[in-house]
Design a binder for this molecule. Structure first.
Ligand code: SF4
Length: 325
């Protein structure tokens, strides 16, 4: 493919110091992850809270500086580029939509200014700016724009605020957008329309999207490929439909079995959800991190980390069940 974003053995460990004289503890939020996102591709990153998916998204756009490995954007190594340099070319080509529309918009800025600000920062001339702000509001269906431009975030509903956040994220026509749980704090009744809006924007601008979610059932809106994370590790990766139809990794299987069945006849059927809690990332289990919850765990799983292997064309998984030994 035509890779736009590439992570190679990416690592983001936070050091946490418990007491003055104790050694720092490393929280391995992203541990040795390699993946790539092509131009215009939508990759859903699915995992529980604490799986490292938010850290992964932020590291890929250098809101966080990785502690190991490399990140490339459009062929350039951005792993350790200083912020001043990133500002001159990278920042206007990527953006992020945050989970919480109540805290991500500046409370004292008008909607008009919230949308104009990125245009000012990146040097779009004043003569163009107003028109682009109007167009952006129309695109996210906050119409007529005159009704919104002088309002403040607190005057809008959660869904409307998230529309503003989407408009702001798209206003510079970015090539790569990280959408971090963009609907999980919204009313259930508006989630589908916001997901559809994101999908429309993605298509219209042909931007690559990293759609981060804990809810695999919303990932179908962003469905070229899917990456499943567990405890800071990538455990399965491949084309969305193929992975959903035939999940290889036992954790992916458990996630898919946990999707509520829309058919009421089946709603009470027992589900095989993996028991237990996700591990503490400061002290993850040795070997395969999923082994304490895995119904298929073998001796080797407790000792050695499984390598990523291709189980079918384009589908990769990190599980000893698929390693020929
Ligand atoms: Fe289960 Fe072992 Fe596969 Fe891990 S490597 S998912 S413990 S079978």
């Amino acid at each position: 493919g035509d890779a736009l974003v590439v992570a190679h053995r990416l690592r983001m460990w936070y050091s946490v110091k418990k007491g003055l004289f104790s050694k720092p503890v490393y929280v391995k939020a992203v541990d040795d992850i390699s993946l790539s996102v092509d131009r215009g591709e939508t990759l859903a990153v699915v995992g529980e809270s604490g799986s490292g998916k938010t850290t992964l998204g932020r590291t890929l756009i250098r809101l966080l500086r990785p502690t190991g490995g490399e990140v490339y954007f459009d062929g350039k190594d951005i792993t350790y580029q200083p912020e001043a340099e990133l500002r001159s070319w990278f920042r206007r080509r990527v953006s992020i939509i945050f989970q919480d529309p109540y805290s991500s918009l500046h409370p004292y800025h008008s909607i008009g200014f919230i949308l104009e600000e990125p245009l000012i920062i990146h040097g779009v001339p004043k003569s163009e700016r107003i028109e682009r702000v109007y167009r952006a509001l129309e695109e996210v269906k906050l119409t007529p724009p005159d009704d919104f431009i002088n309002k403040y975030p607190h005057m809008l509903s959660g869904g409307q605020r998230q529309r503003v956040a989407i408009a702001r994220a798209m206003i510079l026509n970015p090539e790569f957008v990280v959408a971090d749980e963009p609907v999980s704090m919204l009313d259930v009744s508006v989630r589908v329309e916001i997901l559809n809006l994101l999908k429309d924007m993605q298509r219209k601008y042909n931007a690559a999207f990293l759609y981060i979610t804990h809810d695999i059932s919303t990932a179908k809106y962003f469905s070229d490929n899917i990456a499943i994370m567990y405890a800071g590790k990538l455990v399965e990766y491949g084309p969305f439909r193929s992975v959903i139809k035939e999940p290889a990794h036992p954790y992916t299987q458990a996630l898919i079995e946990a999707i509520p069945d829309p058919d009421p006849k089946n709603r009470l059927r027992p589900r095989k959800v993996a028991p237990g809690e996700p591990p503490n990332l400061a002290n993850p289990p040795p070997g395969c991190r999923f082994h304490p919850r895995c119904p298929f765990a073998m001796e080797i799983c407790r000792r050695e980390e499984p390598p990523m292997v291709e189980v079918r064309p384009g589908v990769y998984t990190a599980c000893w069940l698929y390693v020929k030994r």
